[in-house]
Design a protein. Sequence first.
Length: 64
Amino acid sequence: MEKRPIAGTLRSMAVGAVEYFPLSQFPAVRNAPYYGMRMEKALGWEFKYEVEDEHLRVKVTRIA
């Protein structure tokens, strides 16, 4: 799986949408809503993260 832009991908997600990122991007994916997306976080956007070790990827679901 190739690296993907994080903030742009997260911003394009609707509530309930799911995206996958390579496991190597996990730290940046987890930190994006707190540092690069402060406005969205202030507006109540929330994400759920699940590490899928067997697939070497991170599953991100927008929950709010």
